[in-house]
Design a protein. Structure first.
Length: 63
């Protein structure tokens, strides 16, 4: 891995993808047609926002 990304970047991406699909499939929002309810219900991208935060901190951005 390079210096811009944390050593465990691949693991972080795997976790984020799993969280994404788990939140999509576990959504209790059923009032919207198709999968739209789970998308607008929130929390789908929380794992990816964590990655962005960790990469920024790894590059020296303040907490």
């Amino acid at each position: 891995m390079n210096k811009i990304l944390p050593n465990n970047f691949d693991e972080l991406v795997n976790i984020a993808v799993k969280k994404f699909w788990m939140s999509r499939s576990a959504s209790s929002v059923t009032t919207q047609e198709g999968g739209r309810g789970s998308v607008i219900g929130g929390k789908n991208l929380d794992g990816f926002s964590t990655i962005i935060k960790l990469v920024a901190q790894h590059c020296g951005a303040p907490r």
